[in-house]
Write a protein that binds this ligand. Structure first.
Ligand SMILES: Cc1cc2nc3c(=O)[nH]c(=O)nc-3n(C[C@H](O)[C@H](O)[C@H](O)COP(=O)(O)O)c2cc1C
Length: 187
């Protein structure tokens, strides 16, 4: 049986991490990009049409406005939902139980069905509101992964720097992330 991963891209800085994840995650990927996710990707990656650029890396792409998509229902099996990058706005909605977009509804489904939800938050500094919301979500079993790339393997390029963080996300969806995962093997 294939592994089914939903990927949500929201309007935080850091679409480059999502692109790397989509390229290197071998599982079946179901992609949703929010309106502001598209806007930030246009700015940061220079994509005139972000959906057209990202579609080749996904099995299916759904509009964030499409609440009829299979992901919106708990009757469809999902192995994990990765929101990368996750905006503080989306985190606030998820923590409050709002499901008015496909990204927030899919996250709500993960919470109710006890499915793996990974939130790669990107903001600094973090407000007390967001910190409290993240603590609540963490207590519910959500994996909170602030986009905080490691430097211990001394990346030489932006690509390596990005991969250092994405490797950790890949690890959480069961993908062997390769040699950049740690600078040396455990003795
Ligand atoms: C260029 C740009 C960069 C942004 N970067 C961030 C960010 O790094 N973190 C964040 O939480 N919000 C950021 N925002 C704000 C969000 O895009 C905004 O709150 C939006 O409503 C999020 O909607 P979404 O979560 O549905 O994508 C940024 C907005 C713009 C226009």
């Amino acid at each position: 049986m294939s592994t089914r991963i939903a990927v949500g891209i929201t309007g935080s800085s850091g679409g480059i991490y999502a692109l790397d994840f989509l390229k290197r995650c071998p599982h079946d990927k179901f992609l949703i990009v929010s309106k502001w996710g598209k806007a930030v990707i246009k700015d940061e990656l220079g994509f005139a049409d972000p959906i057209a650029e990202l579609t080749p890396y996904a099995k299916r792409v759904y509009a964030d406005s499409d609440l009829t998509a299979p992901l919106a229902s708990g009757t469809n099996r999902l192995d994990a939902f990765v929101i990368l990058p996750a905006s503080t706005s989306t985190i606030g909605k998820i923590a409050s139980g709002l499901g008015d977009t496909l990204i927030t509804r899919t996250a709500a489904v993960c919470l109710k069905e006890r499915q793996k939800l990974i939130l790669c938050v990107r903001e600094t500094p973090l407000s007390t509101v967001t910190l409290r919301q993240l603590a609540d979500l963490s207590a519910m079993g959500v994996i909170v992964m602030p986009i905080s790339p490691p430097l211990y393997f001394v990346p030489k390029t932006v690509e390596e720097y990005v991969q250092g963080f994405v490797n950790k996300v890949l690890h959480h969806v069961g993908v062997d992330a390769g040699p950049a995962w740690r600078s040396e093997e455990m003795e």
